[in-house]
Design a protein. Structure first.
Length: 160
């Protein structure tokens, strides 16, 4: 194990298709949504103005879609399936339901594709992920492509 690698992190060579992870839960607050609005500059009224949001088709303040994606990404760093630091290669993500104040969210994710790269020491995994609320409803879902480290000393053969 490298000195900076946590004991629960797994290298590319330690995982298999279908391996799953789950994260702890987080509760969404108005303050979190307002902070995100301030951080991004997106002060669309359904996110920050209760009177307008309550009169909208949402019926209340809702979180930004990208707020949900950011939460999902952050929660995965606390999940049961983790990797040493690598590189995010992109997201394919769908917003299915609004995220509301007091929603309790967690992420379930699994490896649904993987391949070794031409760059020695690296592999790529695709994580199929679902952001789920307290009622068991999937509010957002998609796929996250990650480049992760191979185990030091592992065979560097490239898969077909």
């Amino acid at each position: 194990m490298t000195p900076d690698k946590k004991p629960h992190e797994r290298y590319y060579d330690d995982v298999r298709l279908g391996d799953e992870g789950v994260t702890p839960e987080i509760t969404v607050t108005k303050e979190m949504i307002r902070t995100y609005a301030d951080l991004t500059g997106d002060h669309t009224p359904v996110h920050v103005d209760e009177e307008i949001a309550n009169a909208s088709h949402f019926g209340s303040i809702v979180a930004h879609g990208l707020f949900g994606l950011a939460l999902a990404d952050g929660l995965k760093t606390q999940g049961t399936l983790q990797f040493p630091p690598g590189a995010s290669l992109g997201w394919n993500w769908d917003f299915l339901r609004p995220i509301r104040v007091d929603d309790r969210l967690h992420v379930k994710y699994r490896i649904d594709a993987m391949r070794i790269t031409k760059k020695p020491g690296w592999g790529i995994v695709n994580l199929a992920s679902e952001l789920i609320n307290q009622s068991g409803e999937v509010v957002q879902k998609g796929e996250h492509k990650l480049m992760i480290l191979r185990r030091p000393g592992a065979s560097q053969e490239i898969s077909p």
